[in-house]
Design a protein around this ligand. Structure first.
Ligand code: 5GP
Ligand code: MN
Length: 325
């Protein structure tokens, strides 16, 4: 069977089914869908008796604290320890460079399978399943696991559910489709505790994080004429509050909660000094094109790029968003 109108689907199912060793990677700065897909896939492959290596291309990588509860998280290895394999699975990577330090390992593998839901993915794999209409990469992985013939247990289900629930914004964004909800229902039937996952994801921040959130909110700025709100955090903020950078993914969700703006922009300073810029739109205005124009990418309503300077980036965004009003 072919699924999702993806012409390589059957080939992908066969290739994964016959592989005995697979290296699995998600994108750098992984979010819930990237990590849930990575670990759901890895656990399923291992269940089928295959050797599976899980990682992403940041050296050294550290599993974000908030996702350490995911089954299999402790088995994630450093990218330098990932071997080129007969099959290399790239998950949730909208472009090849999202593999970071693992690009080279992918190129030295016999076959690269690119499984993703970002529009604009350039099919960098040997085989490609790129389906922008699905809620999440986890939705594609659930179908893949089923077609390869592996039974989803409670641990695999928890990983995949985490992918769906985070990428749909707790079943609130425009990608909250009937299929996404049916998959979530099926996964809950297989042993996921939605309460436990929600409490790990959204009710487990440190008290220090609340203080960082306070700093971010204090300097939030509303650009009324362009209809967006922005704020930023610096390395100083992180040092002063003792919050690790990878625990800051949720800041933008608080920023976007105001009704005063339909676009939220969060700038976060990275080690080295540059800023990761995250863009979120409540629709219909797209932020994907802005990210792409600045060398980044993502979805139309959730995208990101890297910038050197807060004010210059904000001015660019202001100009673009004023045009789209
Ligand atoms: P976030 O703001 O959470 O980092 O990213 C939002 C979305 O945009 C995610 O789907 C993420 O994969 C994508 N994204 C973020 N930064 C980049 C980038 O630099 N390049 C590409 N291709 N996609 C990005
Ligand atoms: Mn995703």
């Amino acid at each position: 069977v072919t699924r999702f109108d993806a012409s390589d689907w059957e080939e992908v199912v066969k290739a994964v089914g016959r592989s005995t060793e697979v290296s699995v990677a998600c994108h750098v700065n992984p979010d819930g869908d990237a990590l849930g897909s990575l670990l759901g896939t890895t656990l399923a492959l291992r269940k089928a008796g295959k050797r599976a290596h899980a990682s992403w291309g940041t050296d050294p990588l550290e599993v974000p604290e908030g996702y350490a509860f995911l089954p299999g998280a402790a088995s994630i290895i450093q990218p330098r320890d990932v071997p080129p394999a007969e099959t290399f699975l790239a998950l949730d990577c909208g472009a090849e460079d999202r593999l970071g330090e693992l690009q080279d390992v992918a190129r030295r593998s016999d076959m690269v399978i690119n499984i993703d839901h970002h529009p604009g993915n350039d099919n960098f794999g040997t085989l490609n399943v790129v389906v922008p209409s699905v809620s999440s990469t986890a939705e594609l992985i659930a179908a893949l696991i089923a077609d390869v013939g592996i039974e989803v247990d409670g641990d695999i289900a928890t990983c995949l559910y985490t992918g769906v629930v985070t990428d749909t914004g707790r079943f609130s964004y425009a990608n909250t489709s009937p299929d996404a909800l049916r998959l979530a229902a099926d996964l809950v039937g297989r042993g996921v505790s939605p309460t436990l996952v929600a409490s790990e994801l959204w009710e487990s921040s440190s008290f220090d994080y609340l203080k960082l959130l306070g700093r971010m909110l204090e300097r939030a700025t509303l650009c009324d004429e362009a209809g967006f709100v922005y704020s930023w955090i610096t390395l100083d903020d992180l040092a002063a509050t003792r919050v690790p950078i990878d625990s800051t993914e949720g800041l933008i969700d608080t920023l976007r909660s105001t009704r005063s703006a339909d676009v939220a922009v969060m700038l976060k300073q990275q080690a080295g000094g540059t800023y990761r810029v995250s863009l979120r739109s409540k629709g219909p205005r797209s932020v994907g094109a802005i990210a792409r124009a600045h060398g980044g990418g993502g979805h139309e309503l959730a995208a990101g790029f890297t910038a050197d300077d807060v004010q210059a980036a904000v001015e660019d965004i202001r100009r673009e968003l004023t045009k789209s009003l």
